[in-house]
Design a binder for this molecule. Structure first.
Ligand code: GLV
Ligand code: MN
Ligand code: MN
Length: 408
């Protein structure tokens, strides 16, 4: 039997980023395509029937005797990463799903309904800017036309890139047939904080996902020469951007439970001896109450406009995505906790809220969905320091198998 740690070991060289450290595996990059091939090979070895749907989601099917796929049990995660990300965010859930199928087969389980393992594309939104793009397309939570026109940093549209990888962009969007096959969705994931470490528990279940969104602020100024332009004569968007970053920190820090981040900022044209003509910065805001998030963004926009006007610049704000707070299906959550007591020898299994977005959060608006978290001793994620001990990675397979067996 191939263990989860063996599987993760087999892909540990794919998409390593020698500049940033960790892994950079954007959707439809060489690295992500190699991981898709790895998934197909592993799933095929397990006897699953693998296909790619019209939104680029990979499915590995273990059919019930009836062959009816309606209302199946579906589990999976993603294989793309943030730039310079860790080895576990996404791949742990995929590897655990494959290993769990192996465990169930070893246990002699005959599925009474179909079981599928899925891989969702562009969960991180690190290439086309919108996170959970695959699950948003599948459910129709995002307009397909908008997705076709999304551009990556090199200016390629999602339509062109997906076409180059065998999809027909005309057929992107809500997929009723695929949706009907999902009876329940379970995503196993590395924990992205310290809760399980502090509670001394190897596993937990998801209770909620914090509402979150992404906005782009574009500061327009006057590009000019760094040597010949007097300080008093400048309209420098970088100076405005710096003030916006500080305003964001101040604004979020003054609001309980708020998180706001600028993790990406791009001066145009970006030369050492060039005053930028434009700076784009991306704002990530999260809060349990959507109206508070809206007020925070409005306040940040107001402060940005003031800073821009003072410098002789202008600023525009564009919402790129938004997801309301999600509360996972309570009966399913309790059922997961009960099943996981088997894995943890009757210890209480904590239910955790998280500030991280997941495809399970998008799917929760359409089908009963749940999450299983695996302890991360560093408590760090979206960073090369994200970590899971081999024993916990392998426990993930039996934990997920326990959950799936009960749900089947
Ligand atoms: C995805 O991991 C997110 O929370 O942005
Ligand atoms: Mn993830
Ligand atoms: Mn992530």
């Amino acid at each position: 039997m191939t263990t989860v740690s063996d599987m993760l070991g087999a892909i540990s060289d794919v998409g390593r980023d020698s500049v940033r450290g960790g892994y950079s595996r954007p959707v439809f990059s060489m690295a992500e395509l190699e991981l898709r091939e790895w998934f197909t090979a592993e799933a095929t070895k397990l006897g699953l029937e693998v296909s790619t749907d019209r939104n680029g989601i990979l499915w590995g099917w273990w059919d019930a005797e009836s062959g009816d796929r309606t209302g199946a049990l579906v589990t999976g995660s993603h294989l793309d990463s943030v730039p310079g990300g860790g080895a576990f965010d996404g791949p742990l859930g995929v590897a655990a799903a494959l290993a769990a199928v192996d465990v169930l087969k070893e246990r002699g389980v005959e599925p009474r309904r179909g079981l599928a393992v899925t891989v969702f594309p562009e969960e991180e939104g690190s290439r086309f800017g919108v996170a959970c793009l695959g699950s948003r397309l599948l459910t129709g939570a995002i307009d397909a036309d908008r997705v076709r026109n999304l551009k990556d940093p090199a200016g390629n549209t999602f339509a062109d890139v997906s076409r180059a990888h065998g999809l027909d962009p005309k057929h992107l969007g809500r997929d009723e047939e695929a949706l009907r096959t999902i009876g329940d969705f379970i995503e196993l994931h590395v924990e992205q904080g310290r809760a399980l470490i502090d509670l001394d528990s190897p596993v937990g279940v998801g209770s909620s996902i914090l509402g979150h969104g992404r906005w782009r602020l574009t500061v327009q100024g006057q590009g000019n020469h760094a040597g010949t332009t007097l300080m008093a004569d400048r309209a420098d968007p970088m100076v405005v951007a710096a003030q916006i970053v500080l305003a964001i920190r101040r604004t979020a820090a003054s609001q309980d439970d708020a998180r706001a981040t600028v993790g990406r900022l791009q001066p145009v044209p970006g030369g050492t001896n060039v005053i930028a003509s434009r700076v784009d910065l991306w704002l990530d805001v999260r809060h349990p109450d959507d109206s508070v998030t809206a007020a925070l963004v409005e306040s940040i926009h107001g402060q940005a406009q003031k800073a821009a006007a003072f410098e002789g610049c202008s600023v525009t704000l564009t919402e790129e995505s938004f997801s309301s707070t999600v509360h996972f299906d309570a009966p399913l959550q309790r059922q997961l906790q009960n099943s996981l007591r088997r894995t943890t020898s009757e210890h209480q299994v904590p239910a955790l809220p998280t500030g991280a977005g997941h495809d399970a959060g998008v799917l929760a608006g359409y089908v009963p969905s749940g999450m299983v978290y695996i302890r991360n001793p560093t408590g760090i994620s979206h960073s090369p320091e994200e970590f899971v001990e081999d024993t916990d990675a392998n426990l993930a397979a039996s934990a997920l198998a326990d959950v799936l067996e009960d749900l089947l």
